[in-house]
Ligand binder design. Structure first.
Ligand code: FES
Ligand code: FES
Length: 165
């Protein structure tokens, strides 16, 4: 069947087999390998994407269910060749070790910050609870989300930090 949806703000149309999962369509048919597959069972969060504003495990979503909907993957975050402020915050906070969990962590963080721009540490922890990091970098990851919230509030307030971001 033909599947049409909005991927990273661009309309796409792709041929799929109905049982196919969104993670596989993104990676294998559309070449967006920033979406990682870890467990394939909804347990690790490595495959997180944003579907109509909510973070979801794309390994658990039948691709046919995204017909006409909006999907954001990690590839959709960069702006004019620069890292997105959340990506930059992960770099600045030293929140990336092997990097396998990072796209999913960043997309869970984005879904949270889009809805709640100034989350508490507890809210950050809850939002990232479905994302596992085998390198156990959780403290720095939580600090990165706080840093990202601060950076985004400066941008929204029309200010820039010392790097001009
Ligand atoms: S690969 Fe989807 S939750 Fe682990
Ligand atoms: S940085 Fe390695 S899994 Fe999280």
């Amino acid at each position: 069947m033909k599947l049409s949806f909005i991927l990273n703000e661009v309309p796409v149309r792709v041929e799929i087999e109905p049982p196919e999962l969104l993670a596989d369509v993104l990676r294998d048919r559309l070449g967006l390998t920033g979406t990682k597959k870890g467990c394939g069972q909804g347990e690790c969060g490595a495959c997180t994407v944003i579907l109509d504003g909510k973070a979801v495990n794309s390994c658990m979503v039948p691709a046919a269910r995204v017909e006409g909907r909006r999907v954001v993957t990690i590839e959709g975050l960069k702006t004019a060749g620069k890292p997105h402020p959340i990506q930059q915050a992960f770099i600045d906070a030293g929140a990336i070790q092997c990097g396998f969990c990072t796209p999913g962590m960043i997309l869970s963080a984005k879904a949270l910050l889009d809805e709640k721009p100034h989350p508490t540490r507890e809210e950050i922890r809850t939002a990232l609870a479905g994302n596992l990091c085998r390198c156990t970098g959780y403290v720095k990851i939580e600090q990165a989300v706080e840093l990202a919230a601060h950076a985004l509030s400066l941008i929204e307030g029309g200010e820039t930090d010392e790097d001009g971001r």
